[in-house]
Design a protein around this ligand. Structure first.
Ligand SMILES: [Zn+2]
Length: 89
């Protein structure tokens, strides 16, 4: 929904040349934000004729991906202890 804004970081996996992690763009979305769609407000029981909304989020997992060279964000939620334990010293 417009207006929207996002803060992107250069992909540290490929150095910005494009890879599956950044969907060949060279960039990763770190802080997306924008107006909430009126239908979302309506489904939440809020009158979109009376109120508007603004939503944003900070992708800490994306920062961790870049710091630890993790290529797939789904690994964070996989429950794979071998994957997670590699960061425990
Ligand atoms: Zn990349």
């Amino acid at each position: 929904m417009e207006p929207g804004f996002e803060l992107d970081i250069n992909c540290a996996i490929c150095g910005g040349s494009g890879c599956p992690t950044c969907k060949q763009s060279g960039w990763l979305e770190l802080l997306p934000c924008g107006m909430i769609h009126p239908n979302v407000l309506k489904m939440g029981g809020i009158d979109p004729e009376k109120y508007t909304g603004f939503a944003f989020g900070l992708g800490l997992t994306r920062l961790a991906m870049m710091k630890y060279n993790i290529k797939d964000i789904r690994l964070f939620n996989s429950g794979n202890l071998k994957q997670l334990r590699q960061f425990v010293k």
